[in-house]
Design a protein around this ligand. Structure first.
Ligand code: MG
Ligand code: MG
Length: 253
């Protein structure tokens, strides 16, 4: 069931989204060679819990053990922070984080270069951000979920990359994962119709190589089957009633 949020619920999600954005900014400021993903996780959890009424969405969700998902290089999503995972120059670090505030969630992700990265890695980051922007731009009342996925897919595949198919974006609200599913591929005018008050997490996962993925023995970390680099960017947005671009909730603006 797709839920429509009230203006007041959307303001609460925007407040959660602001904490999410500030958490990502805090993590970005600490990304450097020699830092472990566990250190980043601890800083993020402390920051989130310093806000009254807020807690990390992921910790305990489906028994996930941490505040952040930290996924390095060929890891696509759902990497578990660890003291043994220490960042090196040239790594790509994807950080995914959710915040629950006063009963509602917000969800965002970004991929950061660790020091100087290859030009191929830089291009993958640029294209994945462009794919997210293209998807967000289609999140308008009157459009359909397929318009979002189609726009993401066009940008990613147009650059010679592939989009992950088994993992998708999602509705979000009082539950972290709500209907509808928001695939990063699709056909225009297909899928559920977008209505004012819907809140969606749009999240392209773009692989430099093939689309295939597999899950490691830790039961969480998803990697590219061919070992190619992967990037992930995500925003939570609210569909507006004017037919225009959505309000991005996971921002400090
Ligand atoms: Mg996320
Ligand atoms: Mg999400």
């Amino acid at each position: 069931m797709i839920t429509i949020k009230s203006p007041r619920e959307i303001e609460t999600m925007a407040a959660a989204g602001r904490i999410v954005a500030e958490t990502l900014a805090l993590v970005a400021s600490q990304v450097r060679p020699g830092v472990s993903t566990e250190q980043l996780d601890r800083a993020a959890e402390d920051f989130i819990r310093s806000h009254p009424g807020a807690r990390p969405s992921f910790k305990g969700l489906y028994d996930f053990p941490a505040t952040l998902c930290t996924s390095i290089n060929q890891e696509v999503v759902h990497g578990i922070p660890s003291a043994r995972r220490v960042l090196k120059v040239g790594d790509l670090l994807s950080v995914d984080v959710g915040v629950w505030l006063d009963g509602l969630h917000a969800d965002s992700a970004a991929t950061f270069p660790v020091g100087k990265v290859s030009s191929q890695a830089e291009r993958l980051l640029t294209v994945t951000q462009e794919a997210l922007a293209a998807g967000v731009a289609q999140a308008r009342s009157g459009n359909h979920v397929g318009d979002i996925g189609h726009a993401v897919q066009e940008v990613a595949e147009g650059a010679g990359y592939s989009v992950v198919r088994e993992l998708v974006g999602h509705g979000i609200g009082s539950a972290f994962h709500e209907d509808p599913q928001v695939p990063n591929y699709g056909k225009p005018k297909r899928g559920p119709r977008l209505m004012p008050g819907m809140t969606l997490a749009i999240e392209p996962m773009v692989n430099a190589g093939g689309a295939d993925i597999r899950t490691l023995e830790d039961k969480w970390t998803v990697v590219t089957e061919d070992g190619s680099l992967s990037a992930h960017f995500e925003h939570t947005v609210a569909i507006l009633d004017d037919g225009g671009p959505p309000r991005v909730l996971t921002t400090v603006d």
